[in-house]
Design a protein around this ligand. Sequence first.
Ligand SMILES: [Zn+2]
Length: 380
Amino acid sequence: MFDVDLLIRGGTIIDPERGVEGPGDLAIRGDKIVACPPGETCRAVRTVDATGCLVTPGLIDHHAHVFGGGTALSIQPDLLLPMGVTTVVDAGSAGTDAFGVFLRAIVQTARIRVLCQLNLSSAGQITEAHPECLDPKHFQPQRIAALVAKYPNLIRGLKIRCGAEVVGEFGLGALTAALEVAGSVGLPLTVHTTNPPCDMGELAAMLRTGDVFCHCFHGKGNTLVGADGRVKPQVRGARSRGVLFDTADARTNHSYPVIAAALADGFKPDIISTDITNSSLFGNMVFGLPVVLSRYLQHGLSLADVIRAATATPARALGLAGTLGTLVPGAQADVAVFALRTRDIRLTNLAGEEMTVSRHLVPQMTVSDGEVVFRQVDFL
Ligand SMILES: [Zn+2]
C-alpha cells in the first residue's frame, strides 16, 4: 500500500516540461508530487475526481503587479489563487526603497508564492501620475546587489520600462546602464518595450541570454513586426540567443494584428502572462491568466503551447525548472485543474480591438504546496 494525502484521478494530465499529455492520476504527499510505484495500490486521505478536466502544473503568472496598497496599480496576490495561479512574479512594482515593505506586507503574508523583479528605479512603479525616474545616475547598484545577495530566492530579476515616455532624455542610455547593473548582480533584466525610443530591432539586439522582452506583441510605436509584415531579423536573432519573449498582455500592451502577424510568421511567445493590475482584474480585457491563455488558444496556439508558456518556460526563466511548473515526481505540489468549456465570449482590449473566444479554461481547483486553496462548488 502506498499512502498519499491527495489523489487527483481521471483527468487529462498536461505537463509540457515532460511532454506529457494524456489520461492519468496525480498523487501528492505533503507538499510534493509523488509517483505510486508500479504494482502498488495508492491509498489517499482525499481523492478528487477530475474526469473530463485538465490537470496542469500550478500556473506561473510571470508578469503581474501585486504590491497591493504599496503602488497605485497593484492588486493583492492571493486574488490569483482561484485562477489556478500558484506562483506570481511581481514585475518591478517595488524598487529598493519600498522592498522592505513589499517583503513584509506581501511576500511574507501571501498564501500564493510571490517572486519579484526589482525595479531599477529605487521608487519602483509607485504611481501612474508620472513615470518613474530612470536617470542612470540615480540607479543604486550597491543597494540592489545587497538585496539580491540577501534574498536570492525571492529577487529573480531586475526590471526597467524602456518606453520613450518613461526613459525620456536618457533614451537607450537607461537600458544600457540597467543591463550593466543586471550583469553585475548576475540576474536577467525584464524590459518593457512599448513605444521604444528606437527601432525594436535595435532594442532586441541589446538584450542578453535570459533577458525578458515583455509586452512582446504590443502595437504602440515601433513593434517587432517590420514593414514587410515579418518578425524583424534582430528580434529573431535575440530569440536564437535565448532572449525570452513574454506577452504580458495587460489591457493595452498587446495588439491582435501584431499577434496575428507574428504567429503567421511562426513566432510564438515563450511566456504568456497577464501584467494584471487593479484596472484589469476581473475585467474582460485581461480578467486573469486562464482568460489570457484561452485567448491564445483562439489565436491558434495548442493547449500544450499555452500551458507550457505559463508553467515550464517561466519556471525555467526563474531558475526553478523541475521544482515549479511541472508535475514530475519530486516537484512542488502546485497543481491546477481546469474544465475546457465552449462558449462564444467577446473580448475587447483598450485599443478597441475585438475578438471572439470560443474555448475557455475555467478553473476548478487549485492546489498550492499540497493544500487545496480553491475549488469550484460543483467540483468534488
Ligand atoms: Zn507591468
